[in-house]
Design a protein around this ligand. Sequence first.
Ligand SMILES: [Zn+2]
Length: 121
Amino acid sequence: MSHQCEGIVNGGERCVRIISDSERWCFGHHPDRAAERSENAAKAARAKHQGSELSQVKQELRDIAAKVLNGEVSTAKGSVVGQLLGVYLRACETEMKRREQLEFEERLQALEAEQSQERAS
Ligand SMILES: [Zn+2]
């Protein structure tokens, strides 16, 4: 047997997600999961922020390249700034990959814990 989640969505309507009888709420409405959800939202916000930082650096690189080409910035300066920004980009990418890996491991552990609980019950 399954039934509808007891949560109320933004518009004041009943949540339409179908859940098992042992549950009263879906993942999105479970009170115990509220902390987890805000943590996820914070993680997403951080990732988004870093993404915008990366695209900003990419934009700067394009600007510098254009300025070197039209003579506004010397080739020496453009070369140094380009190198520095390149190092910065790689550092950001390494950090993002590391974070993704950590999140993946966390998710995997959560899944494994869930599965072993199911087997035990
Ligand atoms: Zn719900």
